[in-house]
Design a protein around this ligand. Structure first.
Ligand SMILES: NC(=O)c1ccc[n+]([C@@H]2O[C@H](COP(=O)([O-])OP(=O)(O)OC[C@H]3O[C@@H](n4cnc5c(N)ncnc54)[C@H](OP(=O)(O)O)[C@@H]3O)[C@@H](O)[C@H]2O)c1
Length: 303
């Protein structure tokens, strides 16, 4: 039995659908990360935990400490007690306990906690993901819809990015279940093409049917602007950590997915038809999609 934390999130929903499609016995963890009793109640019989829960999208460093770091400490304690034999943790490229960026520092701390747990762990450091319900390209398109006739290009839009399609990442996570050779390892995954942010934005605008003039915004201005405009939202449309990707490399080897999992990840242009939808402006204010934890192996709609 596999237990998935953060199963109701962007990655978690895709992962649960994929596990159900392949009839792999899996259940969503329904409790809070800092609740040892809920963890204890859900771990018996579990062999592998895929750990996705995170407060990243809330954009608050204090919550990262509480949910990601302290929550992972609780998880490890209870996994040891329950005899879980494997952990898979979805981290980020650039994770480092000494990073000056709170998100990457928290991810680095979680990696360290899991690696010191004594339980074999595979750390998957992923580049930024995109997909139907992402808070990345949807937000780029939606913001552009509001900022006519411009589209903001933080840091001049020169930053190279290598976004990975969430369905490809999920395929890798599922494949990891049959890859004991990757236990105890850290692997970096990213998409198969490297695009400058301005190129990615062009692709997004074309797909969404928008015409905008690129407006370079210096990172020194983008940061305080993001703090002022996003700092007070309970569920901000864009996490304050969004701008990290313009300061820290968010790329990996171009053949990383192929090398580890023997398939070519999809191209961005082939997998962003979801941006062609009405109500683009409203997307910015849409609440985070929330779905109830899935029953074990329930067939899921992929629509
Ligand atoms: N999205 C990306 O581009 C990307 C790239 C690389 C790595 N990652 C990592 O992948 C993981 C999943 O990302 P995501 O995009 O799916 O995030 P997400 O959509 O924000 O989902 C986060 C999940 O964590 C759960 N969660 C939050 N606080 C919790 C708490 N206190 N106790 C239990 N569960 C809690 C949420 O459930 P509730 O809604 O019920 O709180 C939700 O299911 C994260 O660790 C993220 O850092 C994401």
């Amino acid at each position: 039995m596999i237990l998935v934390t953060g199963a109701s999130g962007f990655v978690g929903r895709s992962l649960m659908r994929a596990l159900a499609r392949q009839t792999i016995p899996a259940k969503a963890y329904p409790g809070r990360m800092n609740d040892p009793l809920a963890l204890r109640a859900n771990l018996p019989g579990v062999t592998t935990v895929i750990h996705l829960a995170s407060a990243e999208t809330r954009g608050r460093p204090r919550l990262l400490q509480h949910v990601d770091v302290e929550g992972s400490e609780r998880l490890v304690e209870e996994c040891r007690r329950a005899g879980v034999s494997r952990l898979i943790f979805l981290s980020r490229i650039g994770a480092d306990p000494n990073s000056m960026f709170p998100l990457l520092r928290a991810k680095g701390e979680v990696e360290r906690i899991l690696q010191r747990s004594g339980i074999p762990v595979t750390v998957v450091q992923s580049a930024t993901l995109f997909g139907r319900d992402d808070r990345f390209l949807n937000v780029v398109a939606s913001l552009a819809a509001w900022t006519w006739p411009f589209v903001w290009l933080p840091g001049g839009g020169q930053k190279p990015l290598q976004p990975l399609w969430v369905e490809d990442l999920v395929r890798c996570l599922v494949a990891l279940l049959d890859r004991p050779d990757l236990a105890g390892q850290t692997i970096q995954l990213a998409g198969g093409e490297r695009l400058r942010y301005s190129e990615l934005v062009r692709l997004v605008l074309t797909t969404a049917g928008l015409r905008r003039i690129g407006l370079p915004v210096h990172l020194r201005i983008s940061r305080p602007l993001a703090m002022v405009t996003l700092g007070w939202w309970r569920y901000p449309p864009v996490s304050r950590f969004f701008l990290n990707r313009f300061s820290v490399p968010d790329v990996a080897d171009l053949d990383a997915v192929l090398r580890y999992f023997r398939f070519h990840p999809g191209r961005v242009s082939e997998n962003i038809a979801y941006l062609r939808r009405p109500g683009l402006r409203r997307q910015l204010f849409r609440p985070q999609s929330r779905v109830l934890p899935l029953p074990e192996n329930a067939p899921q709609s992929t629509s």
